[in-house]
Design a protein around this ligand. Structure first.
Ligand SMILES: [Zn+2]
Length: 138
């Protein structure tokens, strides 16, 4: 029997009913994912979360999101996944602004009634995500 990464770490027997075995198999990727999740969240917390979720599809999603968040948290200790999400939001906003500008250059374009970005998205400061990136007060 191959012990899953979690059972190998805890030095416990891994059975066919091990709740973590499907998510952290005994291979390099399983070990790497388990180490990241364990370092950031702790194995007991993940096991408790999985016990509370009845749907297997949602358990899969929960584990995947915890693995991603743990990897980003280890890579960017201060902001975690926000360090990746905010620049992508900014890129998307810039692309939509550029698209809007280009649509207005097209001949016979009556783009005045359906802007790509609504007024709320285009008004205000230059970086709407600035609030998110500001460190919390001490
Ligand atoms: Zn196991």
């Amino acid at each position: 029997m191959n012990y899953c990464a979690s059972c190998r770490y805890r030095r416990s027997r891994c059975s066919s009913s091990c709740p973590l075995a499907p998510y952290f198999p005994a291979n390099e990727e399983g070990e790497r994912n388990f180490q990241a999740v364990h370092r950031v969240f702790g194995v007991n917390r993940i096991a408790n979360i999985l016990r509370q979720i009845e749907s297997s599809d949602l358990r899969d999603d929960a584990v995947r999101s915890h693995i991603l968040e743990a990897q980003y948290r280890l890579q960017y200790p201060v902001y975690g996944s926000v360090a990746v999400i905010v620049p992508l939001l900014h890129q998307t906003r810039q692309a939509l602004l550029e698209l809007d500008r280009l649509l207005n250059l097209l001949p016979h374009n009556n783009n005045t009634s359906t802007p790509v970005l609504n007024d709320q998205e285009t008004s205000g400061n230059d970086n709407p995500n600035q609030e998110i990136l500001r460190p919390p007060p001490q």
